[in-house]
Design a protein around this ligand. Structure first.
Ligand code: NAD
Length: 482
């Protein structure tokens, strides 16, 4: 459905607000009601060239600023984001279908990231300067990479963009941010709000289709690094294109987090954690606690406790209630995908415990769902659903639990619940994931590293390790004997 008088946005290139060179626009929809809410530029090659040129020009000076200068700018960015959190959060809710307060709260997490990197960039780390050969003094520099293409997903649009922009800008790089085509509005408004804190061209935001304009951005010879958070298939495609010009890559891709629950775990703690970490953001979270692997002695109790909790999850249209746990999914096509995966899982002998339906045709909703006893090699266990769906499997012993947990192509995050510290640490060591939570799931802070192994990608968001990803090491040796 199209609303009359929807606002048409411009994009932000070199400190200016401009239309796409072609004048073309594309629609942005509110998935909670299937209504067009805005139009944004549909960029092409000319727009990509202008944005990358602006970033390359800005890099000449931004790349030579002191950490203190960049730090003060990022602190200002954080303050401006905080001042406008309510407005940008509401925009975020409108374009994603997520509850309004949840979207507003994401702004505070994003501003904290900018503050963290504002501090962290002032304490670069490296080898001590010394003489490995008499008369020659050797040192290591950490320099910015150059122009970074920052490609963000739609699940936490501005928060994920902040993951990329914070360390990139703090390290002296300049950025061309491409928000997901379904969720460009918060990034555009963010650029408008923080524009005054950064020199023109340091941050550029261009909008358009990922497969059309995104490819052009990744291929551009002046882009020296591509940072993408998105689907594993998208990451592989981008890696192929980027390899032609040997760009540095930062890939935060899909996940399929296992939750190992040993028989001695606290069943209420597990069920409460799953109610939150399995369904938050309608399960559209790369770390979602979606794949429970429970011991034979706790399985039945856990399935019952989880089903009870899941029946209390309140979903609906964010415009109509302010006490929702979850809103809609991102789009009708995505709800179609979730529905298809759930019905194929049931055909393949998984037991439907709760949920499993599309409750309405007016909006991209899917009921919070629990599926019990799916086969380890089934699609629902192996592939990312990215919806409000949690599976529970029953393992026979510790080795099988860990083998099943590791037996997916992903390696982003995982958790283990047990009363035994020895068992927890033994399991944490053997889990092939970038994060292991113990008696917990979901806790991420600006200080802690987030990133995957295997087909979940490589590189870290958050923490001082992100600064390593967005800088290059340069060795300099001085002949002091002359
Ligand atoms: P997506 O892969 O569809 O899109 C991600 C971004 O890539 C978007 O901006 C999109 O426009 C762009 N894109 C798509 N094709 C492109 C191309 N050919 N060239 C350049 N850019 C292109 O992912 P999504 O559906 O927006 O997000 C959901 C996915 O993101 C899930 O798989 C989820 O697990 C993953 N994710 C991972 C993390 C993490 O930290 N690892 C965090 C959040 C989301």
């Amino acid at each position: 459905m199209t609303m009359t008088n929807v606002k048409t946005y411009q994009q932000f290139i070199g400190g200016q607000w401009v239309d796409a060179a072609s004048g073309e626009t594309q629609a942005v929809e509110n998935p909670a009601v299937y209504e067009e809410i805005a139009r944004v530029p549909a960029s092409g090659q000319e727009d990509v060239n202008r944005a990358v040129d602006a970033a390359a020009e800005a890099f000449e000076s931004w790349g030579l600023t002191t950490p203190q200068t960049r730090s003060l700018a990022l602190l200002k960015v954080a303050d401006l984001l905080d001042e406008n959190a309510d407005e940008i959060g509401r925009l975020e809710s409108l374009q994603t279908g997520k509850p309004v307060q949840a979207a507003i709260d994401e702004m505070a997490v994003a501003s904290d990231l900018f503050r963290f990197f504002a501090g962290a960039c002032r304490v670069p780390e490296g080898l001590a300067v010394t003489e490995y050969v008499d008369g020659k003094t050797s040192m290591v520099r950490r320099d910015p990479v150059g122009v970074v293409a920052s490609i963000a997903p739609w699940n936490y649009p501005l928060y994920m963009a902040a993951w990329k922009l914070g360390p990139a800008l703090a390290s002296g790089n300049t950025c061309v941010l491409k928000p997901a085509s379904r969720t460009p509005l918060s990034a555009l408004r963010f650029a408008e709000v923080v524009g005054e804190a950064l020199p023109a061209g340091t941050l550029n935001v261009i909008t358009g289709s990922g497969s059309v304009m995104g490819d052009m951005l990744v291929a551009h010879p002046k882009v020296r690094m591509v940072s993408i958070t998105g689907d594993t298939a998208t990451g592989k495609h981008i890696a192929e294109i980027a390899s032609r010009t040997v760009k540095r890559l930062h890939l935060e891709l899909g996940g399929k987090a296992p939750v190992i629950v040993y028989d001695d775990a606290d069943v209420d703690l597990v069920a409460d954690t799953l109610r939150f970490a399995g369904y938050w953001n309608s399960g559209q979270d790369c770390t979602a606690a979606c794949r429970v692997i429970a011991g034979p002695g706790i399985y039945d109790k856990l399935v019952g406790a989880l089903a009870d909790r899941v029946r209390t999850i309140k979903w609906g249209n964010p415009a109509e209630a302010d006490d929702l746990d979850i809103g809609s999914l991102i789009a009708k096509s995505h709800a179609d995908k979730v529905e298809g995966m759930v019905s194929r899982a049931i055909e393949a002998r998984a037991e439907l415990v709760v949920g499993g339906r599309r409750p309405t045709d007016n909006g991209a909703y899917f009921e919070p769902t629990v599926l019990a006893n799916p086969a380890q090699d089934s699609e629902i266990v192996q592939d990312e659903v990215f919806g409000p769906v949690v599976t529970v499997q029953r393992f026979s012993d510790e080795d099988q639990a860990i083998a099943w947990a590791n037996d997916v192509k992903y390696g982003l995050s995982s958790s283990v619940f047990t009363g035994s510290i020895g068992k927890a640490m033994r399991t944490a060591r053997r889990l092939q994931f970038g994060t292991v939570w113990i008696n917990d799931h979901f806790t991420l802070t600006s200080e802690t590293p987030h990133g995957g192994v295997k087909e979940s990608g490589w590189g870290k968001d958050g923490s001082k390790y992100a600064l390593e990803d967005y800088t290059v090491i340069k060795h300099v040796t001085v002949n002091t004997g002359i």
